[in-house]
Each structure stands twice: as structure tokens, then as C-alpha cells.
Design a protein. Structure first.
Length: 314
């Protein structure tokens, strides 16, 4: 009886182990299983959504930028308006601006408000920058060959909270012919895309120049081998499904016209997004910047006072 009971216990333990291993193998297979859609088709569908989002912006926003370069850091407030983007520098190397620097910022914004033609030109430049960026996004399906490379969890500022992101490796498509100089840089680039499959949006693109890229047979300029960039975006967390860029990292060097050096080295984080009225004018946006700057200055003083009190109590 004892021997038989012992055998049943062994069999029970063995069956539990087998079931556990089988479950683990099944789970691993599910996690590593690639989506049924071909990677190039997933990229194409995602790019179509990015183009649609660009053509129909998801409202206007006020946000904060913290940008670091080899020369130091700058903190700015930005607000999107129906006229153009309004910006105000509020800190340099984490220190508030001097009275003179604050006046310079205020004077520049006043000058723009009082010069409609300059404001119009600013809006045109911003539109051209957006179109150049969009041309790179539009080129993604044809410029590269893709392969699935696992998954990655979403995080704050990366995709939509709770969604699992699909990771794709990309290398240049030898059959791709860049239609203009804007897309020429893609021929020397390889890297990784992260796609949020639930909403078909780009969560991150990071690339590396694995060779020198020349423009105009090298006469116009070149970008050095080893250059890197990363652009990350996600749900802004405002409850309306709006997405936006949250992190930009550049480390690219080269030359223009054979002698003028290019050095684009920066790391910029965008945060504290707030939804703005749809028809916000530039002048109204400037007022919003002033209010937000005062609020943040008040919050900083309150935080500093709290830290002083804590230090004194210790």
C-alpha cells in the first residue's frame, strides 16, 4: 500500500512537471510567433496611418522641451497654434533666465506678433520641415527590407500603455532608388522599428549609418559613418488617443560643401502635454506660454522651499 501510494505521488509530480513544461513551451511559442502579416505589409499599413495622422493633426498642444547638447541644456515651452509654433526659452543649464534674457524672449515674441509677414514665413518653414520628415516616413516601406525581431513592452512615452510592440530590423533595399536628396541618407542606414500593432503607429525608429553617405557625388556634402538617431513617440496620455513625439536623439556629423562641418548632437525630451483650443491664435498662444511659465516657476519655488524645510528638519 505504501509502495503503491508512493508511485501515485511520483506519477502526480511527473504529470505536474510535464504540464508546466508544456505550458511554458506553448507560452514561449506564442510570444515568439511572428504576426501573420508580412513585415513589409505591416510597415506599409503603419506608414499609411502616420500619413493620415499628419494630414489630420490630433489637436493643438502646449508642451515642455528639455534639450541637451555638448554645450549644455535648454528648457523651452512650446505651444501649437493655428498660425505657427510659439516657443519660449525658460531655462539654461537648469537655471532660470536672467531679467535681460527674459526680455529678449519677450521682445522676439512681440516682434513676431506685430509682423504678420514674418509669422507667415515662420509657418512656411515649419511646414517645409514637416514635409521633409513626412517624406522620410513615406519612403520607409520601399527603402528597406524588414524582418521580425521579437517584441518589446510599451512604456511611458513609447507606444500606448499596455500594448506589446513589434520589433522589426531593417536593412537597405538594394532595389530602392531615392527620388531626391532628402531620401538619399536611407541608402546607408540600418536599424530597428518598433510598431504598436493595436493602433498601427510607429513607436520608435532608430537607425545607424553603417557607411558614409554622400550628396551630389560628395561635392554637396556627406554624413559620416557611425552616425545615429532615434525618434520615439507614443500616446500623450490625454484620454483622446492623440500621439506625439516624446524623445529625439541625434548623433550625426559630416560636412557640407567640402569644408563646412555638420554636428547634430542632441538629446531632447518632450513632456507635460496639455490640450489647447482648436482655433488658438499665435497671440493667444504667447499668453498661454506666459501663464505656464509663471506656474512652473511657482511650482519650482514651492519644491525648493520644501527641500529646504526637509533639510532643516534633519
Amino acid at each position: 500500500m505504501h509502495a503503491a501510494g508512493h508511485t501515485r505521488a511520483e506519477r502526480l509530480i511527473a504529470s505536474v512537471i510535464v504540464a508546466t513544461v508544456a505550458a511554458a513551451v506553448t507560452l514561449a511559442a506564442q510570444e515568439s510567433k511572428n504576426p501573420e502579416i508580412a513585415p513589409a505589409d505591416l510597415v506599409r499599413a503603419t506608414v499609411e496611418n502616420e500619413i493620415a495622422a499628419s494630414n489630420h493633426p490630433e489637436g493643438l498642444h502646449l508642451f515642455r522641451s528639455y534639450r541637451k547638447t555638448p554645450k549644455g541644456s535648454q528648457t523651452r515651452l512650446y505651444v501649437e497654434t493655428k498660425d505657427a509654433l510659439a516657443a519660449k526659452l525658460i531655462a539654461i543649464n537648469d537655471q532660470p533666465l536672467t531679467a535681460e534674457q527674459q526680455q529678449t524672449e519677450a521682445n522676439h515674441l512681440t516682434w513676431l506678433m506685430n509682423n504678420p509677414e514674418q509669422l507667415r514665413k515662420k509657418a512656411v518653414r515649419e511646414k517645409e520641415d514637416e514635409e521633409r520628415s513626412l517624406r522620410i516616413v513615406k519612403a520607409l516601406p520601399g527603402a528597406f527590407c524588414y524582418e521580425y525581431a521579437g517584441t518589446e513592452n510599451s512604456a511611458a512615452g513609447l507606444g500606448r500603455a499596455g500594448n506589446q510592440l513589434i520589433r522589426l530590423k531593417f536593412t537597405p533595399n538594394p532595389a530602392y532608388r531615392p527620388p531626391s536628396r532628402v531620401e538619399e541618407v536611407l541608402a546607408g542606414m540600418q536599424g530597428v522599428l518598433l510598431i504598436d500593432p493595436e493602433v498601427r503607429r510607429l513607436a520608435r525608429i532608430e537607425g545607424t549609418l553603417f557607411r558614409e553617405v554622400t550628396f551630389g557625388w560628395g561635392i554637396i556634402g556627406h554624413l559620416n559613418k557611425g552616425g545615429q538617431f532615434r525618434v520615439q513617440q507614443g500616446d500623450l496620455g490625454l484620454g483622446d488617443g492623440a500621439w506625439g513625439v516624446m524623445d529625439l536623439n541625434l548623433n550625426i556629423t559630416g560636412k557640407i560643401l567640402m569644408f563646412k562641418g555638420i554636428s547634430m548632437i542632441s538629446d531632447e525630451v518632450l513632456s507635460d502635454f496639455q490640450k489647447m483650443p482648436e482655433n488658438l491664435t499665435f497671440a493667444e498662444g504667447v499668453e498661454r506660454l506666459k501663464i505656464e511659465e509663471e506656474k512652473q516657476a511657482h511650482d519650482n519655488r514651492a519644491s525648493q522651499n520644501l527641500e529646504v524645510k526637509k533639510a532643516q528638519s534633519n
